[in-house]
Design a protein around this ligand. Structure first.
Ligand code: KG4
Ligand code: ZN
Length: 378
């Protein structure tokens, strides 16, 4: 593919990049001017369509992306006051994510790249989450990354453009745990923001949860706390701790079944219980995240921690991390809330960095990769 003549005159770091993000339930397009100036970041969420099911339904998410992508693209360009011909690079989420949704973005990016005659690059969604905080801010040379999203939770070490995964969750992601606990408490989907809201007026010491024991000190596990919450919910409803209760669903379908929305078939839990459980759960999860992130930074002699992903929007996590960071002489880098959640500006930023290093456009055979692994440092 030939690159437009005017592009050869400009350094890539000054290019106008279109970001395209369709990895899950959001459809987003953004225009980034150089590395640091967001001209637009339009996000269309399909959340309202998933709410009745208590979680993301992949088929609905991909249909939403297909319906919305043209409109979101046009809005992003008009807000940025840019024409398609002025774009110089397209960065698109290649994975990880839902295959149907990923395919919409990847196909769109390739078709646009062909039509306008500009390069496109595939971006790892997780790398982009950790790059989000550096839009408009200088990146440290070396840092520990704490990625906390709906599908992933991991600690990484970033050094000279290379990344090492220190540890990851062995079962549920942190965001997934928030979502499942919210469902058990009858708070709806997505769980993070509602649990955070309820937790504000709850007693964090009402329920104490055992920290999971793990050989790798940087690994996480959240399935135990989710089950512990389930038992407390049962106890609260029926005065029972375990086993099947007439009229209730089994533990498995309470947590995983598409139609197993416990709260819909049961009377609501007492408001005090919901608030106290939210506060106790949030305190435990945030405590484990903070403790391990600080330990990783201290062990690896890193004076910077970068957080990213939907759960990094949590105010309590931000506060606790800042407190622990200042006690240990570690700087904490936190993205703006809008950049913590799924958005295309972070994809554009990461794509521009990748293209600056490789100067290679994506292959026409490029496709979505649902389990794409992190391979490069940010
Ligand atoms: O990064 P993200 O937008 O999508 C994925 O890549 O997964 O993360 C979504 C996750 C959801 O599980 C949601 O409940 C969680 O982030 N989340 C939060 C908060 N806002 C969103 N978790 C805790 N507190 C929040 N304020
Ligand atoms: Zn994400």
């Amino acid at each position: 593919m030939s690159t437009k003549p005017q592009n050869s005159q400009r350094k890539t770091q000054d290019w106008l990049t279109l970001g395209v993000e369709t990895s899950c339930d959001e459809t987003s397009c953004a225009v980034l001017d150089g590395k640091d100036r967001i001209l637009s970041n339009v996000i269309s969420s399909s959340l309202f369509r998933h709410k009745p099911f208590g979680g993301v339904v992949p088929e609905i998410a991909s249909r939403h992306a297909l319906e919305q992508i043209d409109t979101v693209f046009s809005e992003a360009l008009s807000e940025a006051k840019v024409t398609p011909q002025q774009l110089e690079l397209i960065a698109v989420t290649q994975g990880p994510g839902l295959i149907g949704s990923l395919l919409v973005g990847v196909s769109f990016a390739k078709a646009l790249g062909y039509a306008v005659g500009i390069p496109f690059v595939g971006v790892n969604h997780l790398e982009a989450h950790l790059a989000a905080v550096f839009i408009g801010n200088k990146a440290p040379e070396r840092f520990v990354g704490l990625l906390v999203s709906g599908g992933h939770t991991m600690l990484t070490l970033h050094e000279k453009g290379k990344v090492k995964i220190l540890g990851a969750t062995v079962d549920d992601a942190a965001g997934e745990a928030f979502d499942k606990v919210a469902k058990l408490l009858g708070l709806g989907y997505p769980g993070g923001p509602v649990v955070e809201r309820e937790a504000k007026s709850g007693n964090a010491k009402a329920f104490l949860f055992t920290k999971p024991k793990q050989d790798n000190p940087y690994a996480f596990s959240f399935s135990g706390i989710k089950t512990a919450v389930l038992y407390e919910v049962r106890k609260e409803r029926h005065g029972l701790r375990q086993g099947s209760v007439p009229g209730t669903r089994t533990q498995k379908s309470d947590l995983h079944g598409a139609s197993g929305v416990m709260s819909e078939t049961q009377p609501p839990l007492k408001a005090d219980f919901v608030r106290d459980m939210s506060a106790s759960f949030q305190t435990a999860v945030v405590g484990w995240l903070v403790e391990k992130a600080i330990k990783a930074a201290v062990d690896k002699q890193c004076s910077d921690i970068v957080i990213g992903g939907g759960v990094s929007a949590n105010q309590y996590l931000r506060m606790q991390l800042h407190d622990a960071g200042s006690k240990n002489g570690i700087r904490i880098h936190v993205p703006e809330k809008i950049l913590a959640l799924d958005n295309a500006a972070m994809i554009a930023r990461r794509g521009l960095e990748i293209f600056g290093q490789t100067r290679k456009t994506g292959a026409w055979t490029m496709t979505g990769v649902p389990d794409l692994k992190i391979t490069a440092g940010v």
